[in-house]
Design a protein around this ligand. Structure first.
Ligand code: SAH
Length: 340
């Protein structure tokens, strides 16, 4: 998975701009400016709930085309004093996407630095956003066999084509209470990144918002998928040409964050989160200045971002939102339990 996505010459993210109607998939910030604006307001609120620290760091993991950060920075301007105190770090490994981000953010006055990893971003109160980042991190898959769990691996078959197989050894550390042939996915890289975010927030203060498609309880099953031009493809036939992702295990991320002494809010659904923090009021304000065609676009974007139903059409249920905060900070909005 790492090779297919990150290989310096042939990796998917190194050679492609995967976004938009002509690309392979569309993400929430590419659907509507409302998404990034609401995240920006949430981050501004989190900053003031942390006591409005000087020299806050705004970090985005996997910024794509830079659209989300542009909308976030515009919305943040409503918080007096915040923009002047902010330094932005964009954690991005793809040179092609870094170039797109540079162009998108060319007019910004806030200082922006590009980093290969979060570890390179200087310490300090951390305000972090990761949208559809964790799903791009590699997972390991294990299959339950009679003697125990064995890791699923990729090798060559007799025709010398890529094929799935099983490693010979069994994994002693996985619980055995699963049926034969069951599969489990684990993302040690994702858990390590989460632990690093949480460790910084617990020691330096701040808040992080993780948004991705995934599940709220650790579950059995396979979610590795390859997507090319808005269609599912076999992950082994065109390595480096298709986007590879896996659903995010939010329960595992929450455990990793709590183990570092941070507080976890959620996960909730993207639909509930955006509605609670007021996206409908933002849509109404935009509608007030729009013509009929624009009004229809705003309504359709709102529905795609928050609606319940078929995940191929709406993001409201499948996408989850989880916050990681400093334990002494009052809870930021968006995670209240509401009886439905
Ligand atoms: N957040 C954006 C893009 C999501 S796609 C959006 O919502 O539109 C995933 C992004 O993460 C891409 O920018 C990709 O290049 C980047 N990425 C993937 N793996 C990464 C890694 N290990 N380190 C840093 N960036 C990574």
């Amino acid at each position: 998975m790492t090779l297919c996505l990150q290989h310096p010459r042939y990796g998917y993210y190194m050679t492609h701009d995967p976004f938009g109607a002509l690309g392979d998939f569309i993400t929430a910030p590419e659907i509507s400016q409302m998404f990034g604006e609401m995240i920006g307001l949430w981050l501004a609120d989190a900053w003031s709930l942390c006591g409005a620290p000087q020299q806050a760091r705004l970090v985005e993991l996997g910024p794509g085309r830079g659209t989300l950060m542009t909308d976030v920075l515009r919305a943040l301007r409503v918080a007096p004093g915040l923009s002047e105190r902010l330094a932005v770090d964009l954690v991005e490994t793809s040179p092609a996407l870094r170039q797109v981000q540079r162009e998108t953010l060319a007019g910004e006055t806030i200082p922006i630095e590009w980093r290969d990893t979060l570890a390179e971003a200087p310490r300090g109160p951390l305000f972090l956003i990761a949208n559809e980042f964790f799903d791009a991190l590699p997972v390991r898959q294990f299959v339950r066999t009679a003697p125990g769990w064995r890791e699923r691996v990729v090798g060559l078959n007799r025709e010398r084509r890529l094929a799935f197989g099983l490693a010979p050894g069994v994994e002693p550390d996985l619980p055995l209470n699963a049926p034969l042939h069951a599969m489990i996915e684990i993302s040690p890289v994702g858990q390590n990144v989460m632990a690093e975010i949480a460790q910084r927030i617990a020691s330096d203060g701040g808040a992080a918002l993780i948004i991705d498609y995934g599940y709220t309880k650790t579950t059995l099953g396979e979610s590795l998928q390859a997507v090319s031009r808005h269609a599912y493809v076999d992950p082994l036939t065109t390595p480096g040409e298709a986007d590879l992702t896996a659903h995010v295990d939010f329960a595992a991320l929450a455990r990793a964050a709590r183990a570092e002494g941070a507080k976890v809010l959620g996960p909730t659904t993207q639909g509930r989160f955006l509605t609670q923090i007021g996206i409908e009021r933002r849509a109404a304000a935009l509608r007030g200045r729009a013509n009929d065609r624009q009004k229809a676009d705003i309504d359709s974007a709102l529905h795609r971002l928050t609606g319940s139903g078929d995940p191929r059409e709406v993001m409201g249920d499948l996408f989850k939102v989880m916050a990681v905060t400093h334990p002494d900070m009052p809870d930021p909005p968006g995670f209240a339990e509401i009886e439905s």
